[in-house]
Design a protein around this ligand. Structure first.
Ligand SMILES: NC(=O)CC[C@H](N)C(=O)O
Length: 320
């Protein structure tokens, strides 16, 4: 019975992606500044999302793992070699990603990474905690609120710029988070994140909080109480999101924000954004079901023709 219904597996899409992936040689270096850098599986969804986006843009993904603690002043004294190595990697990166996380350890290093990205105009994507540290850093450095902090790290801070949600637990890690797929409404049309999501008025992304002033809060929840997306409008690419876009990234359907990071890291963000929008036809199918139709040749900024079978490139899990 089974034989009569089984068809030839359709592997063409997968094999063509794998072939393209194997042939990629132009590197894009992304610094992953996290807490569990010795255990890459801790960031598996993010690695896959980075891979989906870089293969789509025909770049060979190189991940530079940077333990956030190693960027901190204390490490300079205790372990100068680790400190030097961490800063060398950060300074050599084309783009910086600060993923989600909990607890105090490494937070100062993540804040320093966000500061470096902001001041040196390096493309930055902050996810959840990565968004929160970007906001804390902005409040401290730009708004001069020296003790600005999240109440998760300093419950007594006079300048809380990240707060516990009133309905969540204040005692359990993770009790602070919104869970599942939630709607985010774009507040500003002319921002990079809205353009990358095809100029839609809202998106549904998955969560596993935030209030402030100064940065551009380009996406909020349906109550406009919770900040979901922050951007620095005058920076080449500096975006923080409270949700986790990596969960919706798929082979052939890369997450728009990861595509944006990789494109910005390669100096191709304008080309990518120009191809998006209701009239536009960017590359491949983006997350959230947005259809995109062009792919990019490696090393060029010109869209290339779609693969012969109309499918897009990907490889199955090769990590550098
Ligand atoms: N997923 C995360 O990065 C969580 C960030 C932060 N610790 C919070 O609870 O809001």
């Amino acid at each position: 019975m089974i034989y009569s219904t089984t068809k030839e597996p359709l592997l063409k899409e997968w094999t063509s992606r794998a072939e393209i992936c194997d042939g990629l040689h132009e590197p894009v270096r992304i610094a992953m500044v996290g807490k569990y850098t010795g255990l890459s599986d801790a960031y598996l969804s993010i690695l896959k999302a980075l891979l989906h986006a870089s293969v789509d843009l025909r770049k060979k993904l190189v991940i530079d793992w940077i333990p956030a603690c190693d960027l901190e002043d204390a490490t300079e004294k205790e372990n100068p070699d680790a400190y030097k190595a961490a800063w060398k990697l950060l300074k050599g990166a084309d783009g910086i990603l600060v993923p989600g996380g909990f607890g105090n350890r490494g937070v100062q290093g993540k804040i320093l990474a966000a500061k470096y990205a902001r001041e040196h105009r390096i493309p930055y994507l902050g996810i959840c905690l990565g968004m929160q540290v970007a906001v804390i850093e902005f409040a401290r450095s730009v708004l001069n609120l020296r003790d600005a902090n999240s109440t998760e790290f300093d419950p007594n801070t006079k300048n809380p710029c990240v707060i516990f949600m009133p309905e969540g637990s204040k005692t359990h890690m993770g009790g602070t988070m919104r869970l599942g797929s939630r709607r985010t409404y774009f507040q500003i049309k002319d921002c990079k994140s809205a353009k990358l999501y095809g100029n839609r008025t809202f998106i549904d992304e998955r969560h596993p909080r935030l209030e402030n002033a100064g940065l551009s809060f380009t996406g909020k929840d349906e109550t406009s109480q919770r900040m979901e997306i922050v951007e620095l409008p005058n920076h080449p690419y500096f975006i923080g999101v409270q949700f986790h876009p990596e969960y919706k990234s798929r082979p052939g359907k890369p997450s728009p924000l990861f595509l944006g990071l990789i494109a910005a890291a390669c100096g191709q963000l304008d080309t990518l954004i120009q191809g998006s929008g209701s009239q536009g036809n960017l590359s491949a199918k983006l997350g959230n079901g947005i259809a995109m139709e062009k792919v990019y040749q490696k090393g060029t900024t010109k869209p290339a023709k779609v693969l012969s079978d109309g499918l897009y490139s990907y490889c199955n899990g090769v990590q550098v």
